[in-house]
Structure formats: structure tokens, C-alpha cells
Design a protein around this ligand. Sequence first.
Ligand SMILES: Cc1ncc(COP(=O)(O)O)c(C=O)c1O
Length: 345
Amino acid sequence: MFEINSILRNNIRNLTPYSSARDEFKGTEGVFLDANENPYNTPYNRYPDPLQWKVKEKLSLIKKVQPKQIFLGNGSDEAIDLLMRAFCEPNVDQVISINPSYGMYQVAAETNAVNFVKVSLNDDYTLNSKSIKDAITQNTKLIMLCSPNNPTANSFDASEMLQLAEQFNGLLVVDEAYIDFSSKPSLIEHLNNVPNLVILQTFSKAWGLAGLRMGIAMASKQIIDVLNRIKYPYNVNSLTQNVVLEALSNVHLMQAAVNEILVERKKLIANLSTLSTISKIYPSDANFILIKISEAKRVYDYLIDKQIIVRDRSKVHLCADCLRITVGTPEENKLLVEALANIGK
Ligand SMILES: Cc1ncc(COP(=O)(O)O)c(C=O)c1O
């Protein structure tokens, strides 16, 4: 049976969290002389709700997760960093990540002096659970998966991921930043049966709110409590909370954008597949496409010259000659395909 205290760092377990000015008073109306704010310039003179309850209550209905099982942060990057800080003893513990995957896992681990162990995906980008299990030691506190994975664009088998969680006495973190574009369901429905599962999502992709910086971690209440105890008290500002609340009242707008992007993804794949320089287009379960193209770096530079910026992944493990292309608007995608078609002409 998974027991969170068996993997929590001692100093975090014993820490007294900062008690913010508004924590003790539960009302909304009052004469607020407690936080040394300027009394003028309402409403932004006031500190934001440290635990973003209004956002969590709305999000909870959409995600079907209790508000107390939700952590909100300054992008999901904040949650990634806090998970490493809470559970990994510097210079002792380790995190396992798949390779290739999202680069911030390594940056967060190295910033926190946590040993970062990369386990290669199979050549077809599927998960190699056996290699992951073989890499686990008593100091492994987190396994980071990303599904759909960046940059490979594929999703992993749910039962394989859940089996990993079951056999691991640490946290299995599944980054679902691109889940709204996926044909596969989120692992959210398993949260209450899998006590060591953490799911990351974000408002930066399908919701179109990357500039606001709001990321989501969902897990057991015990795990979420740990993140809330160590976060900066006012980690999500009022403007962000207000705009996200508005977006959550208009889920249909997000869904419409996702549907449009999925239509465009299909068209873009069809158009790219007519180009002879592209030797492979990997199946995509996300809002980007990974392609293999001859002389990828030169193509990348050529596109930059045309002010079309894609992601050069040609130096990344298992991605030789690969470029990662975000699905844009119909006009943007057209410009990209035309530019690629004109190479060498
Ligand atoms: C897999 C993955 N996770 C997380 C993020 C970052 O999310 P956020 O903007 O919420 O920090 C990205 C951004 O590219 C990503 O690709």
C-alpha cells in the first residue's frame, strides 16, 4: 500500500507553511487591514486567493475531480518543480524520465540537484516498461511520463502506465498537456484507485491561454496538500484567475478550437505527405506533428529565413532528421507547406 510519508522529504514533512494574510478569515466582505495593501485601486490592490477556490470549483465540475485534489500553479512547470522539491532529496534521490520527452523535467531535476535518469522509448516511440522498471532503485521518487508525448506526438497504453504505478513505491507523474487533442481518454478516472498517480494538465495548449500561465496538477488530497504547503502563497495572480474562470464558463469555445485544430492537423498531414523531401510523418495524437525530412537543420534554417519557426528536434534521441511542427491556422499551415514545397526551386 502506497504511503506518501515514506517518500516525502523530512524537511518538507516538518515544515510550517507560510500562513498568508487571508487564510484565517473565510468571508469575502470586510475591512481589510491585515495585509499592508494599498486601500485604493480596487480590485488589483488586493492579494489574490492563494488557493484559487473559484477556479478549482469550476474546474472540478469539468474534470470530475474534487477541488481538494487540484493544485493550480504558474504553468505546469511550477508543479513539475514542486514535485521534485517535495519528494527528492538533493544529491541522493533520482527521477526517471522517458527519452525523448519534454525538456523541463531534466531542467527541474538538475536545478534541484536530483539525479535524472533517462530511459529510452522503443524505436517506434512506445513505452519500454521493462527498462523503466529495471532503472528503479530505492532512491527513485518520481517517474515522469508524458502522454501524448512531446516531441513524439503519440500516446502510451493506459494499462501499461497504470501497471507501472502499481509496481512503484513513488509517484507516477503523467503529463497530459496535450490530452485535449488526443483520441485517448485522460487517466483522471483512475486517480481515486491509484494513490501514487499525479496528472498534469495545462491551460497553455487547448485552452489557448499560454500567456496567462496556469497549470494543473491532480492527485490524491494528500499529495496536493504537500504542493500547496510549499508553493509561493500567491503563485497565481488575480488577472489569470479571472480570465481562466471566464474560459471555464465557455468550454464550448475551447472545444471548438480543438475541433478546428484537429481538422487542420488532418489537412496538414495530407499536404505534407505529398512532399518527397519528407520521408516520414509520425502519427499525431497532439496539436503538433513530428516529421522526418532530409537535411532537417538546413530546412529549419531555410524556414527561419522565411520567418516560419518550427522546432528543430534533429539532435534529440530517436529523432534524427526530425522537425516538430505545431498545427497553426489554415493560413499559417498553407505558408509552411508552400515554403517546404519550394525548397531547392
Ligand atoms: C509536455 C509539456 N508539459 C508541460 C508544458 C508546459 O506547460 P505550461 O505552459 O503549463 O508550463 C509543455 C509546453 O510545451 C509541454 O510540452
